[in-house]
Design a binder for this molecule. Structure first.
Ligand code: PMP
Length: 370
């Protein structure tokens, strides 16, 4: 059978082929139930078993502590930019929210939070054109929470360690937009108050949003918060206050099972995928840095493992580069429209061979056009 192309989309993104095949095989009749998962009541025995397994597998994979609730929501990262301040800005009087702006997505988060809260930019990487993480954070003592984006999908800047707010003199909970980072690596929950992300990068189809939230942060929503977005209401209803995105949860569950089986370099699960993600990123950055045609402009200590933006020093070659890539079955390498250039997103489902195929193409294209 013909191999599938390698898909470098930033999201919705490639899924493991095994998962797509299993979903196809179960499409018309899920495990003898006579129903497609799409046709099941979310309150029926069959779907509840799918939901419970997905949640338990995710909790196990990421070693999520008991004091965190996992919510399966809708609206994506952008809706969470409003849902988070609606739920958490009332944690302290004054409704103050500190945001660290490390790129396009955290900038959007700050702008949206301003509609509901008193927002202060604690640090901004604009001066470095978002090529490094901003330092010298100005945190307010009475902030309700501090927001960061742990991986800037457009700028390609990643926190390789979450900040320790206590060490920075703040006792506010840390809120992390981990849309393009979640499940790609282990996470230090001791530093997290709440983490959210759309599923459409490492986890499953668009339409499902994951929220990991400390139990103690529930129950503080502003009166104007829509009930379906009140974390306490969602948590108490096991994510079934309204109809959850059932098919997305099912696919996510298959991805979690795939990841539990996954092994690499003598490791299994998230440790294995993290090691492969490290190896993939190393391979690609080395090829970019070793070339006279391509460049990645992000500081070495905060280069993203997931989203690798790069530019051709000769912009006139952009179209030829993309056309040649497509001929080699390397898809969706065009950079985000706001920054131009190219971007290779290499999420969990991208095998090492996909990155090797891209590196081979980079070299061949440079040899014929350089
Ligand atoms: N935050 C980050 C880091 C993202 O990458 C994205 C989407 N690419 C968003 C937020 C917005 O998410 P959504 O489109 O799911 O609303």
């Amino acid at each position: 059978k013909k191999a599938r192309p390698f898909n470098f989309s930033a999201g919705p993104a490639a899924l493991p082929e095994e998962v797509l095949q299993q979903a196809a095989a179960e499409m018309l009749d899920w495990q003898g139930s006579g129903m497609s998962v799409m046709e099941m009541s979310h309150r029926g025995r069959e779907f509840i078993s799918i939901y419970e397994a997905a949640e338990a597998d995710l909790r196990e994979l990421l070693a999520v502590p008991r004091e965190f609730r996992i919510l399966f929501m809708q609206g994506g990262g952008l809706a969470e930019n409003a849902i988070v301040p609606l739920n958490l800005s009332g944690l302290k009087p004054g409704g103050k929210v500190d945001v660290v702006v490390s790129g396009s997505w955290s900038k959007k988060s700050a702008a949206e939070a301003r509609r509901y809260a008193d927002v202060s930019i604690a640090a901004d990487g604009a001066a470095s054109q978002y090529r490094s993480l901003p330092g010298n954070w100005q945190l307010r003592r009475d902030a309700a929470y501090v927001h960061i984006c742990s991986n800037e999908t457009i700028d390609g800047v990643e926190f390789h360690e979450l900040p320790d707010l206590k060490a920075l003199g703040s006792d506010a909970p840390l809120v992390v937009d981990c849309s393009s980072q979640q499940l790609s690596r282990t996470i230090d929950w001791s530093r997290v108050g709440l983490a959210f992300g759309g599923a459409q990068k490492n986890i499953g189809p668009a339409g499902l949003t994951l929220v990991f939230v400390r139990e103690e942060l529930l129950g503080h929503a502003l009166p104007i918060c829509p009930s379906a977005f009140d974390y306490k209401t969602v948590a108490e209803a096991q994510s079934m206050y309204n109809t959850p995105p059932t098919y997305g949860i099912y696919i996510a569950g298959l991805v979690f099972q795939w990841l539990k089986r996954f092994s690499y370099a003598g490791k299994t699960g998230v440790a294995a995928i993290e090691q492969r993600n490290i190896d993939k990123a190393k391979l690609l950055y080395a090829a970019l840095d070793g070339s006279a045609l391509y460049e990645n402009r992000v500081a070495a200590d905060c280069r993203s493992r997931m989203n690798i933006p790069f530019y051709l020093r000769e912009e006139r070659l952009n179209e030829a580069f993309l056309a040649g890539a497509k001929e080699r079955s390397l898809l969706q390498l065009k950079g985000h429209k706001s920054v131009g250039g190219m971007r290779a997103s290499i999420y969990n489902a991208m095998p090492l061979e996909g990155v090797q195929a891209l590196v081979d193409y980079l070299k061949d294209f440079e040899a014929s056009h350089g």
